[in-house]
Design a protein around this ligand. Structure first.
Ligand code: NAD
Length: 348
């Protein structure tokens, strides 16, 4: 069976993807510094799989990608623990807060870009030349309220987006180098939310969360009095930002389709949006959460937040055409599964 390395696999998207890959029989090797991830997520994956033997299927290596020496040792161990060949790597590890990146750009360039370049260097040493990279809708420029296609202009408006674009460009240079033979799929995610339907894994965070959904959950459980909606004067129907919220399990399935494609087809460089193609305003998300879970969410309007845009919705037709993937779950599923997870953590 194939050996897949997942950087950042103790984090939100990585842990859900690892779970699906294990379901499909892949051997999974997780590398994570735990700067924002949790070892408990690895234990929860083992719990969900408790009837299946994960010995020699799931491995964890604590390592920061910026520590090249350690990373080299880790890849050596992965070769030893697996079948001597690393078939593909999914690169989730990175910092992801737009707001924090505006205040601490050096930290973002250091972690996201330096960490990635180190990783690619060590991957080359080990002839590991198949990669899926977690990029983001933040690489796109102004979209004039149209659904975003992969071919649209790339013009980030915050440091986080710039670091994602820099890593995309680095991978593109590697792909075009005559000395390399890499297969690259860049996945540009829109807004992942929700949790595994068991509630055993979901979005964990250290410090303040950066996405809307965890804030909604905190208000629902009573640890936060109300949510601040950043701006009600955007040029949208109800004045709040419109986003493309995708269920975390749909997103994880998108990675599964991408891995299958990468392993079966000739080497290429692809960029693919993963979203639902449905726009939902922040207010409508809050209303849906209230309706699905029968809880009240108090909110207030605040100022617009630097680095935000009015409208960010994917055109996901390329994912369907190339990977045969489309998001299947609804906004209500996101609200139901995410709230179940939150109640399990809070033991409500
Ligand atoms: P997350 O913070 O939950 O997971 C990221 C993981 O990477 C964490 O476990 C963290 O400990 C690890 N990590 C960070 N820097 C590292 C380093 N230098 N070395 C080793 N491990 C490191 O985030 P997530 O939501 O799972 O996001 C995964 C990826 O997807 C990120 O690259 C993020 O930028 C991208 N992305 C996320 C979203 C989103 O809304 N969640 C949207 C678009 C793109």
């Amino acid at each position: 069976m194939y050996d897949i390395v997942i950087t950042g696999g103790a984090g939100y998207i990585g842990s859900h993807t690892a779970l699906l890959l294990l379901d499909k029989g892949y051997n999974v090797h997780i590398i994570d510094s735990l700067i924002n991830g949790f070892y408990e997520s690895i234990r929860s994956i083992q719990n969900i799989h408790k009837n299946k033997k994960l010995e020699n299927k799931l491995f964890f290596y604590k390592c920061d990608l910026r520590n090249k020496e350690l990373l080299r040792k880790v890849l050596k161990s992965i070769q030893k623990n697996g079948s001597n060949n690393i078939d593909a790597l999914i690169h989730f590890a990175g910092l992801k807060s737009v707001n924090q990146s505006i205040n601490e750009p050096i930290k973002y360039w250091n972690n996201n870009v330096l960490g990635s370049v180190n990783l690619f260097e060590i991957m080359s040493e080990f002839n590991c030349e198949n990669i899926i990279f977690s990029s983001s809708a933040t690489v796109y420029g102004d979209n004039n309220f149209r659904k975003i296609k992969e071919s649209d202009e790339l013009r980030p408006i915050n440091p986080y987006g710039f670091t994602k674009l820099a890593v995309e460009n680095c991978l593109n240079n590697i792909f075009h180098s005559p000395l390399n033979n890499w297969g690259v799929i860049v996945l540009r995610y829109f807004n992942p939310a929700g949790a595994h339907p068991s509630g055993l894994i979901g979005e964990n965070y250290k410090g303040k969360p950066s996405n809307l959904f965890p804030f909604i959950c905190q208000v629902a459980e009573g640890t936060l009095e109300k949510i601040t909606v950043f701006g009600n004067d955007w040029e949208t129907l109800d004045g709040t930002c419109v986003r493309d919220y995708i269920h975390i399990m749909d997103l994880a399935e998108g990675h599964l389709s991408a891995i299958e494609y990468l392993l079966k087809n000739e080497k290429q460089f692809l960029t693919i949006n993963l979203g639902t193609s449905e726009g939902v305003s922040v207010l409508n998300f809050i209303y849906q959460f209230q309706e699905t879970n029968n809880v009240r969410i108090r909110y207030e309007f605040g100022d617009r937040r630097e680095g935000d845009s009015a409208f960010s919705v994917a055109d996901s037709s390329k994912a369907l055409k190339i990977l045969g993937w489309r998001a299947k779950r609804t906004l209500s599923d996101i609200c139901k599964d995410g709230w179940k997870r939150q109640k399990m953590i809070a033991k409500l």
